[in-house]
Design a protein around this ligand. Sequence first.
Ligand code: IDP
Ligand code: MG
Length: 155
Amino acid sequence: MERTLIIFKPDAVQRGLVGKILARFEERGLQIAGMKMEQLNDDMLQEHYAHLRDKPFFAKLTRFMKSVPVVLAVLEGVEAVDIARKMCGVTNSREALPGTIRGDYGMSVQSNVIHASDSKETAKKEVARFFAAKELFHYERADFHTVYAEDERNK
Ligand code: IDP
Ligand code: MG
């Protein structure tokens, strides 16, 4: 099973959207492997957004990400990374398709509701960056055998 990191960004927390968005993932069939609230700091954000360090908006982005505590979740499922990314929608919320999370809840590029890992490799690094092994849980959700066909359960 694949795991991916979701961050409910400060705008999702401030707007009271965490539960609604988490429900979308749960209803799709992704199961929660870990979840917590945390106040992000500069060190964490320098690492998490390392690919954007030279961008002119980087300081504003980190200020935004530190403005209130965020909710972090690790979601698990077959092809979880790709599914969560598709459900998330493109970076600019104004261009995100209706039906995606950013396309349904966002109006901003920066304040675009959630973060979702962009590849399997990134997901592995991001999960390890934010979650200790003891904060992650292996269990079988009661609907597991209904959500997946028999030949899909070991992927
Ligand atoms: P992603 O979140 O869709 O993967 P990235 O390019 O990895 O997009 O950028 C990370 C985050 O940085 C975005 O989600 C958004 O919050 C912010 N960001 C990206 N591009 C811009 C920009 O042009 N202006 C302001 N913020 C941006
Ligand atoms: Mg990204």
